[in-house]
Design a binder for this molecule. Sequence first.
Ligand SMILES: C[S@@+](CC[C@H](N)C(=O)[O-])C[C@H]1O[C@@H](n2cnc3c(N)ncnc32)[C@H](O)[C@@H]1O
Length: 224
Amino acid sequence: MVPLTHGHESEINRYYSARAPYLGKALEVPPSGQTLEIIAELKSSARGLAVLEIACGTGYWTRFVAPCAREAMAIDFSEEMLEVARSQQIVNARFLREDAYSLKSLESNQFDFGFAMHWLSHIPLARWDEFFSAFHARLKPGAKVLVADDIRRPDDEDLYFSRVETRDSYELRRLPNGQSYEIVKRYFAPDELHALLAPYATNLHIRFVRPRWWLTYEVVFAEF
Ligand SMILES: C[S@@+](CC[C@H](N)C(=O)[O-])C[C@H]1O[C@@H](n2cnc3c(N)ncnc32)[C@H](O)[C@@H]1O
């Protein structure tokens, strides 16, 4: 596979590969509150269908969704993340190392439901079309999509800043081993989400409640 060349995107891959062992620990904590609410919606949307999950990480969400689906394809760029995901031996789940911006090993019009958790915030604005074009091409016309991501906590101490050259926002993330990484991370406002998704989505429904927003829509078919 060709390595990602965009500077801050290879930084994001170094960051998540190094973070995989720490994120694996989260699998031991039983979900509660809003997480359970989102899991219920994911499960009912996926039931009996062919499902595509983008940037699955450790398989945190996959383990709830895949067993309800007819089949679930979960992709991520980090082999370290995929190793944790595969070790769970989740029923119906296939894990594949893929770049979310190309998805080139997946066929078109293959999946009935798509989801991506904590991924949208990492997409540079300049690659937004590239991602949605690749993602939606793998879904059937009118397929349902669910995406979710963080709302920044007021007490969050990670340095958060923008760069004029890219119009992207970044966060400085530190790992317990002392390494730090500057990654693209955008904390969206609801109207911003609406404006960004509108060209690709119909029946867009956004819920914005701490600790994270989540939204559903159906795919609008268009060439970007
Ligand atoms: C915040 S984590 C989310 C993981 C998982 N969805 C969750 O909610 O637990 C972001 C994930 O995006 C993956 N990622 C980063 N760049 C990627 C790319 N170009 N293609 C596919 N996955 C990518 C990282 O390896 C990481 O697992």
